[in-house]
Design a protein around this ligand. Structure first.
Ligand SMILES: Cc1cc2nc3c(=O)[nH]c(=O)nc-3n(C[C@H](O)[C@H](O)[C@H](O)COP(=O)(O)OP(=O)(O)OC[C@H]3O[C@@H](n4cnc5c(N)ncnc54)[C@H](O)[C@@H]3O)c2cc1C
Length: 402
């Protein structure tokens, strides 16, 4: 077993690490430009970083078909971008939800869907949203989805109410991938389909942005509440065949989940670095804060938890490369359970070590914590992954015959 990164990964890390210095410098500019508005638009500094990343060959690294990178090679790079999760992933055109949508179009889109929507997404000139979750039903069970996609001549008619459509408040978010039912009476996992709905189609009403612990996530396009009322789109906008929606959603979520986990490790590393610096610099009751036993314990425990999480993520990436996303299903669930909780824990301790500064706008910790906390819900709540993983584990043992 070789724990070293290979030469290609090291070479890309060698380019990405200096690029991150530009990202850190851009963070206060980004905050200023975002505050100056307009609220849901991408601050200009992001476009500057995108141009720089592209020139440095740090573009679309997430997509194996384009970058030639395996999951194992991409993992340490995504981790580095996670240290500044509101800037670096978008600068490299590697930000959710566009990454998942691009993977989906690359895998399941027709050549004309790819030309119309995938290419501008790969070029970073538009953004996209994925609309599955609905306010009216428990959406962690995707079979509950109530939106209807009804055939009508050469068209489908979409009717439904979605929320938490990340990115959709941004005016540059031009295309929505909507999940709904084409066959509400069919077999449970064949009722759903996915369809491309251009934002400017009559009947699409982007109503409001949802807040995350009070943050709007505005510069990234927020998380939209969207109503689709008698929205007519041509039949060729369907992705795959009628009834394929559930399977496509599952395929989309595997890589999406590991990418979140890779970035979460970077978020936790940033938290630990800030915690150590603060603990060395600040003196309370006659000693640097880090020399108080409890804080030293947080620091040691943070290092242990981060290393454990990283190893599990790398193992999962290696499994995805060697036995496929299906073969890595249990490990993908395991990291989706373990890594957001790890990052949430480390960031919570980093906040505590900073005192009141930790919850303020002067440090990135509060927003990093909020992001880590939401990832215990987004892409499937912890409990759903736990119960599914437990079922699989229990299935390895015999049950009494009745
Ligand atoms: C920041 C953020 C971004 C998001 N982005 C998107 C997006 O871009 N597109 C999109 O479609 N959605 C998005 N979501 C929505 C997210 O995927 C859903 O919130 C998630 O799937 C859970 O669905 P729900 O909110 O309806 O919770 P519900 O299904 O109502 O579940 C509520 C709670 O019930 C419990 N529960 C459910 N099932 C079980 C079980 N089997 N065992 C034990 N307990 C259980 C869990 O504690 C769960 O948290 C986002 C959410 C957030 C917070």
């Amino acid at each position: 077993m070789d724990f070293a990164y290979d030469a290609k990964t090291e070479e890309l890390r060698g380019r990405l690490l200096p690029f991150m210095q530009h990202v850190y410098k851009a963070e206060p500019v980004f905050a200023e430009q975002a505050a100056a508005g307009p609220q849901w638009s991408t601050p200009p500094v992001v476009e500057k970083l995108k141009a720089r990343a592209r020139a440095a060959g740090l573009w679309n690294l997430f997509l194996p078909k384009v970058s030639g990178l395996s999951n194992l090679q991409y993992a340490p790079l995504a981790e580095i971008t996670g240290r500044s999760p509101y800037l670096a992933p978008e600068a490299l055109n590697c930000a959710a939800p566009d990454t998942g949508n691009m993977e989906l179009l690359a895998e399941f889109g027709t050549p004309s869907q790819q030309e119309r929507w995938l290419q501008p997404l790969l070029d970073g000139t538009i953004r996209s949203a994925f609309c599955m979750t609905e306010p009216g039903v428990a959406s962690s069970d995707a079979t509950n989805i109530a939106t209807r996609i009804t055939p009508d001549g050469d068209h489908y008619v979409v009717d439904g109410h979605k929320w938490w459509s990340s990115g959709a408040m941004n005016p540059r978010c031009e295309i929505f991938i909507v999940m709904g039912k084409t066959d509400p009476d069919g077999p449970r996992h064949r009722q759903q389909s996915m369809i491309l709905v251009p934002r400017d189609t009559p009947g699409v009403d982007v109503r409001r942005g949802m807040t995350v612990f009070g943050y709007t996530d505005g510069p990234h396009g927020g998380h939209a509440d969207v109503v689709f009322e008698a929205v007519r789109v041509p039949k060729e906008n369907l992705i795959g065949a009628e009834g394929d929606g559930f399977a496509i959603a599952q395929a989309r979520l595997g890589p999406g989940r590991i990418h979140h986990c890779m970035r979460l490790i970077g978020m936790a590393e940033r938290g630990l670095a800030l915690m150590c610096q603060r603990a060395n610099d600040r003196v309370a009751f006659g000693r640097p804060i880090g020399q108080h036993g409890v804080v030293a314990d947080w620091i040691a425990e943070s290092r242990v938890r981060i290393e454990q999480a990283r190893l599990l993520v790398l193992k999962t990436a290696w499994l995805m490369d060697t036995v496929g996303n299906k073969g890595a299903h249990t490990e993908i669930q395991a990291i989706k359970i373990a890594v957001p909780q790890m990052a949430e824990w480390v960031l919570d301790k980093a906040i505590q070590a900073h005192g009141a500064a930790g919850v303020s706008q002067d440090f990135p910790l509060a927003q990093l914590w909020a992001a880590a906390r939401t990832l215990r819900l987004a892409d499937g709540p912890d409990e759903v992954h736990r119960s599914s993983l437990a079922r699989k584990e229990l299935g390895r043992y015999p049950t009494p015959q009745t």
